[in-house]
Design a protein around this ligand. Sequence first.
Ligand code: 5GP
Length: 140
Amino acid sequence: MSYDDSNIFAKILRGEIPCHRVYEDADTLAFMDVMPQSPGHLLVIPKTPSRNILDADPATLSKVIPIVQKLANAAKEAFDADGITVTQFNEPAAGQTVYHLHFHIIPRYEGASLKPHTGQMEDHGVLAANAKKVVDALGA
Ligand code: 5GP
C-alpha cells in the first residue's frame, strides 16, 4: 500500500486541522491523542511521510526515535506515571487506523488497565491542560 496524504495526521502537518501540540522541530511533531487510552496519551510523528514503520526510511526512524524517548520521559514526569507504554501499529490487522507513521506514548500506573484504543473523545479543555503539562515538563 502506498502513502495517501489525505490521512488526518497529514492534515495536521499541513495545518488544515488543529491539534494540541506539545513539541515540534524540523523533522518531528508531537501532539495529544484525542481519544486517550490514559491521561496524557500523546503521539509522535515524523514530518517525512510514510504509511507506517514498514515503508519508513531508516533515516526518518533515526530522527524520530530520540524524540519518542524525549517525550516518553516528559510524559512520565508530567503525569507522575509509574511507567510508559510505547506502541506503534502497522496495517489494519495490527490495529492501525491512521496511515501516517506514529508512535503512541501512554502513561501507565501500577494496577491500572488502559481504556480502549480509539475509544472515547476527550474534552478539549482537558487535552489543552494536559498538553501544557507536557510542554512544562519539556521546559523543566
Ligand atoms: P492507530 O490506530 O493508527 O495506531 O492510532 C491512531 C490514533 O490517532 C488513535 O489513538 C486515535 O485516537 C488518534 N486520532 C484519531 N484521529 C485523531 C485526530 O483527529 N487528532 C488526534 N490528535 N488524534 C487522533
